[in-house]
Ligand binder design. Structure first.
Ligand code: AMP
Length: 190
């Protein structure tokens, strides 16, 4: 299986690039943010639990996220592989992902880390907020919290994969297709 962790700060373009990657490599897109938004929309208990964290730009507790991902992986029939988008966001989640995948006799093939400067992120998120309907994209304070949480809790995940020689940095600024081609060069080498 080809299992890719698509990593990067909020607004790096993970969702856009994931959509292109699933088409080319026939993978399953597993976005924890999308899964939470689906639960929110359906008014499930999980959605209600996640809402206050999401509204404030904070992380949903690890055990909740990990349970949801495990459930999704176990319900996917005969996947060629996964693109993990927005997960793992803590080192604990990364360790749990290793455990989960080894239960299914597979592992993370590599991480692709999209590198985008902070100033660019804020511009992109505010622009996305005009059409996405996402409350967490429409408020500068919430965006700042998300970037701060990313640096404090999520950046160490890159070190975790680096120590396993699985970290691949790709510049996330430029045309969407140009960035996609650079990601494909990495993925083709995994
Ligand atoms: P995203 O769509 O990836 O930007 O995620 C939106 C929000 O969902 C985040 O700001 C978090 O509140 C929550 N979330 C998504 N993925 C995770 C995760 N792996 N761990 C904790 N919280 C998450």
């Amino acid at each position: 299986m080809l299992n890719i962790v698509l990593f990067g700060p909020p607004g790096a373009g993970k969702g856009t690039q994931s959509e292109k990657l699933i088409g080319k490599y026939n993978l399953v897109h597993l976005s924890t943010g999308d899964l939470f938004r689906k639960h929110l929309g359906e008014g499930t208990d999980l959605g209600k639990l996640a809402q206050s964290y999401m509204d404030d730009g904070n992380l949903v507790p690890d055990e909740v996220v990990i349970g949801m991902v495990r459930d999704k992986i176990s319900k996917t029939i005969d996947p060629k592989g996964f693109i993990f988008d927005g997960f793992p966001r803590t080192v604990h989640q990364a360790q749990s992902l290793d455990d989960m995948l080894s239960d299914f006799d597979t592992s993370v093939s590599g991480m692709v880390s999209l590198e985008v400067p902070d100033e660019e992120l804020k511009i992109r998120l505010l622009e996305r907020g005009k059409t996405s309907g996402r409350a967490d994209d429409q408020n500068e304070e919430k965006i700042d919290t998300r970037v701060r949480v990313y640096k404090a809790e999520t950046l160490p995940v890159a070190k975790f994969y680096d120590s396993k020689n699985k970290l691949n940095a790709v510049i996330g600024v430029g045309g969407i297709d140009e960035i996609f081609n650079n990601i494909c060069v990495v993925v083709d080498g995994l």
